[in-house]
Ligand binder design. Structure first.
Ligand code: NAD
Ligand code: DAU
Length: 351
């Protein structure tokens, strides 16, 4: 079996659902259930015995060691993190705790587990660390896209904490020989994304008739990837990636934020004929230290692991807008906080 951390978050829950759709290998899902963890995302597999949910912190070495020794996983995928840049600006402490100290403690538990394995299992074991393109810093308009050898120049407390965790992961390969893999991905979008991030926030606000807050001039550029393409890339790296290597993952979809917001409005207007959302667009004060442009060069993973995104931005954003339109209760439960009682409601009395 494998362990995933952060599997109740946006990418994690998409990954767990995909994993169980593609394979019969059980998956242990360790998640602290911060505000960003939502077990409603996994309600369709609540009866599936191949999914074992454990509420806990990646920094809890006792818990992690117990899980490792009890279940003897062949791999760990580390997705647990504080992930929102704006929150890291308002309060960096949680980012340091989870992204840096949590990853360090997780690596320490893995180190002692891994050294205790017999040589075959040791060679086959993988620690796959899920990271971000934001560790590379920002690009000017005409700069080439980030390759895996681009220097680390993180600019926000979030990206600095992710960069630190990447360095620790790298050090555990070089110092102890643990077979690690690191992936650095661009902006994801799709179902189950917490409506604090650009795309779901704009959809949720538009549907509620609220303003659509565009930071600064709205001309910052992000490189968008549909979430299931990211999940497929992670599965591929786990399967065939070379220990110690890093793989950039991206969708070749550079878009300015304002273009994204206008596209969402146009799609909503198409799905709801007669409505108008463009007038809700409001320019607001910029994010401090706002990175101007990210762009991923994904040639390495394409060339070496034969991975390519299946969705274009046009197909992915259509599916995404349709998904949020079809799941008003999911949005409402987040807005009212009702999703936080899901664990009790669904799992009470099951164990
Ligand atoms: P998310 O915020 O939606 O989910 C994070 C999950 O981690 C939540 O379920 C939360 O409860 C859990 N968690 C947080 N702290 C924990 C801790 N100490 N112990 C155990 N669980 C904890 O994040 P996401 O957008 O799904 O991102 C997942 C990973 O992918 C992160 O590592 C992020 O840095 C990385 N990433 C995200 C994107 C993106 O666009 N969303 C792009 C590239 C990389
Ligand atoms: O690049 C990968 C990263 O993408 C991940 O590592 C992060 O976990 C993920 O949150 C995301 O970071 P961003 O800061 O790029 O995503 P966010 O959705 O917060 O913002 C996208 C862009 O939209 C960014 O330029 C800021 C802008 N924005 C965002 C919000 C929430 C707005 O203009 N208005 C908003 O209200």
């Amino acid at each position: 079996m494998i362990i995933i951390t952060g599997g109740a978050g946006f990418i994690g829950s998409n990954f767990v659902l995909d994993w169980l759709a593609q394979s019969d290998e059980p998956i242990i899902n360790l998640d602290k259930l911060t505000y960003a963890g939502n077990l409603q995302n996994l309600s369709s597999i609540s009866e599936d015995s191949r999914h074992i949910f454990v509420q806990g912190d990646i920094g809890d070495t006792q818990l992690i060691s117990r899980l490792l020794n009890e279940h003897q996983p062949r791999a760990i995928i580390n997705m647990a993190a504080e992930s929102h840049v704006d929150r890291s600006i308002h309060g960096p402490e949680d980012f340091i705790q989870t992204n840096i100290l949590g990853t360090f403690r997780l690596l320490e538990s893995v180190r002692s587990y891994w050294f205790g394995l017999e040589s075959g299992s040791r060679a086959n074991f993988r620690f796959l660390h899920v990271s971000t393109d934001e560790v590379y810093g920002t690009l000017e308009k005409n700069d080439p896209a980030f390759t895996e050898t681009h220097g680390y120049q993180p600019n926000s407390p979030y990206s600095a904490s992710k960069a630190s965790s990447d360095h620790l992961v790298r050090a555990y390969f070089h110092t102890y020989g643990i077979p690690v893999l690191t992936t650095n991905c661009s902006n994801n979008y799709g179902p189950f994304q917490f409506p604090e991030k650009l795309i779901p926030l704009m959809i949720a606000n538009a549907l509620a008739g609220k303003s659509l807050p565009v930071y600064g001039d709205g001309l910052q550029i992000r490189d968008w990837l549909y979430v299931t393409d990211h999940c497929r890339a992670i599965r591929r790296v786990l399967e065939a990636g070379i220990p110690g290597e890093t793989y950039n993952i991206g969708g070749w979809n550079e878009k300015a934020n304002i273009e994204i917001v206008q596209t969402i409005c146009a799609l909503l207007e198409e799905y709801r004929p007669g409505s108008n959302f463009q007038h809700l667009i409001t320019y607001v004060k910029d994010r401090p230290g706002h990175d101007r442009r990210y762009a991923i060069n994904a040639q390495k993973i394409e060339r070496e692991l034969n991975w390519k995104p299946a969705e274009t931005f046009d197909t992915g954003i259509r599916k995404t807008v349709a998904w949020y339109l079809n799941h008003p209760q999911w949005i409402a439960d987040i807005q009212t906080g009702a999703y936080r009682t899901w664990l009790e409601k669904n799992y009470h009395g099951r164990q």
